[in-house]
Design a protein around this ligand. Sequence first.
Ligand code: NAI
Length: 674
Amino acid sequence: MMELTYWRLREDESRIAWLTFDCPGTATNTFSSAALRELIQVAEALAQSTPRGLVIQSAKDNGFAAGADIDEFTRLADVDSAMAFISLGNEAFDRVAGLPFPTVALVHGFCMGGGMELALACRYRVADDGPKTRFALPEVLIGIVPGWGGAKRLPPLIGVAPALDLMLSGRGVDGRKARRMGLVEATTARRHFANAARAIIDKPPRRRGPPLEAAASGWPVMREITAAVSRRKVLEKVRPEQYPAPFAILALWKSFGGEVARMPADHPYSMQRLFAHPTTKNLIRLFKLQDRLKALGKTGGGAAFKRVHVIGAGAMGGDIAAWCAMRGLTVSLQDLSPDRIAPAIKRANGLFRKRLKQPHLVRSAHDRLIPDPTGEGVARADVVIEAIVEKAEVKRDLYSRIEPRMKAGALLATNTSSIPLEQLSGVLARPERLLGLHFFNPVPQMALVEVVTGPQTSAEVAAAGAAFTRAIDKLPLPCRSAPGFLVNRVLSPYLLEAMLMVDEGVPPETIDAAARAFGMPMGPIELADLVGLDICRAVGEQLAKPGMPEPQALKAHLAAGQLGKKTGRGFYDWSGGKPRRARGTGTVDLEPIADRILLPALNEAVACLREGIVADADLCDAGVIFGTGFAPHRGGPISAIRERGPQAWLQSLAALRAKHGERFTADPGWDAIA
Ligand code: NAI
C-alpha cells in the first residue's frame, strides 16, 4: 500500500479505483508539488495494477480543486523553480491522461485552473448540475497561461473558439453550460455521482468531438485567421506590453499545440518571460490581497445572517436588497410608499433572471424579496441597511424611530457616502451598533464594500459588518469614517483634474486615451459620464478643498440637463449606447496627461494612508483597484508610486504645482512611502 497524504485510493469489488483528493488541514483542494508527486505515484501504480476504471473525486464540500497552491507558487524564488513546478504538474496530468482504462472526474463546486486541467486529463467528466459548479481556467487573470495541459486539451475537446474564449477571459461556466459546450459528458445531482461514474466505466460512451463550426476554426487553413481575429479582439481590451498573458495564450495555441514545454524560453511570450514580468507579480499580489479581504470576513465570530431589512428602495437600496436576496437572504424592502418599491422589485427580477437563469432559482429569489412599506421587517432583521436620502437629520429621525424595534444584536448599517457616522449615532441608545456599509454603484458589478467604522462603532460590530459583507459575497474593505472614505476620496480629484483639462481645451478623447494608456480600463471622462455628472458634482462638492476650482464644462453640461449616459449626453454623445468618440488623439504625448490626472489621485491615496483611513498600503491598493478599477497590472496607487519611485512622482508634482497651483501640493505622507 502507498502512503498518501493528499489523496485516498481504494479499489472496489467491481475493480473500479476511486481516488479522492483531500488536502489535509484546509477546506479547499489545491495542487502543491507534494500533492502532484503523490498523484504521479498513484498513476504509476494504477498503470501497473490496471483496474477497470478510475474515478477522481474531491472530499471537500466547496469543490473539486481550486488550482495550483498559490502560496507555494509565490514562494518559488526564481523562474527555474517556477518552471520545475510547471513540468511536475504536466507530468502528473499526462500520466493520468495516459492511463489505459476509462477515467472519470466527478466535479462539484470549484473546478478551476489546475483542477480543471486534471479533469481535462480524464477521459470523461461528470458535473454536479447545481448552481455552484464552476469550471474555469483563470490563469490569464494572474498573468500566466493554463500550463498544465489545459491549453493543449481544451481546444480539441470543445472547439477552438469556445476554448480560446474561456482561456482568454478566465470566465467560469456552470455544469449545464459545460454540458452544452461538450466539456462534460453528463450532469447530475451529487448524490448520483457514483452511479454515473460506474455507468460510464461499464459502457464508455464514444467521445464526441466539438461541433463542426467550433472545430473548423482550428483547421490549419483557419488557424492563422482565427489567431489574427482573436488577437485583434484582445487588442481592443489590453496591450501586450501591459498584459502579455492573453497574447501568450494565442501564441501557445497557434504555434505550439498548447504545450508550454515546446515554447522556447526566449520566445517573447514564453512562460519564463511571463513569470519574470512585473504584471504577473502585481496580479498575483492582487489575487492574494483579494484573499486577505475575504479573510477579514472570517473574524466576525460566525454570526449568522438570515434576514436583512433595507430602508430606501432607490438606486442603491433597491439594488442592495436585490443582491442580498439573490445571495440567499430573506430581505424586506421599505420606502415611503409601495409605488417607490415597485421599480426596485422589477429591477431585481431582471437581475435574478440574468444571473440565476434557472426558473426555480429566480422564483425563490423573488420570494425572498418582500416589499415592506410599513417596515415590519425591522423587528426580525439581523442587519438593517439604511439607504435613504443623503440628509443627516432625515437619517437621524429614522434611526430614532426604528432602533427601539430592532433585535438586540442586530447591526444598523448606513450606506451614506459622506456623512460622518458620529453625526448620525447621537440619537441611538446603542451607538456602537452603527457602522457604514458603503456599496458602490452599480451594486451587482462592484465587488467592494467599504466597511466604515466611526469612533463609536464597536470592534465586534465592525467584524460582523465584514462577515456580513462576505456572506453576501462582496469584498469588505475596513475604513475609518472620514469624508469620501477611501475610494471616492481617491477617485474624485482624478475626475476633477480630467474635467479641468477639458476646460483648458484638451479633448475628452485625448484625456481618456492617456488614462487607458496608463492601464485604466476606462478613461475618467467616460467614467464620469457613466457614473452620472450630477453624482460626480455631489461627491466633488462634499470632498472639495478650499480654493479648488470648479470645472466649467461640467457646470454647463449640468445646466443643460446633460447628466451623462443616463440622459444620452454628457461630455460624450451616448445616443448609440456607447460614447461617440469624435476624434483620435493624433501624435499627442499622452504620458504627461496621464501623470497630471493621476497625481492628484496618488497624492490623495498617500494622504489616506497617512491619516489611517485604511490600515496599510496593501489595503489602500486593494481598495482602489477593486473600488475604481485602477490599472490592476500596476498593483494599485501605492504600488505605482513605488514602481516609478516617489522622487520621480514628487518632481512632477512640484512642476504641476508651479503651473497649476495649490491643489498639487504634496501630502506630508510621501516621505513614509519611500
Ligand atoms: P435615491 O434618491 O435613489 O433613493 C433614496 C430612496 O429613499 C428614495 O426612494 C426615497 O423615497 C427613500 N426615502 C427617503 N426618505 C425615506 C424615509 N424616511 N424612509 C424610507 N424611505 C425613504 O438615493 P440613492 O442614490 O439610492 O442613495 C441612497 C444612499 O446611498 C445615500 O445615502 C447615498 O449617499 C448613498 N450612496 C449612493 C450612491 C450612488 O451612486 N447613488 C453610491 C453609494 C452610496
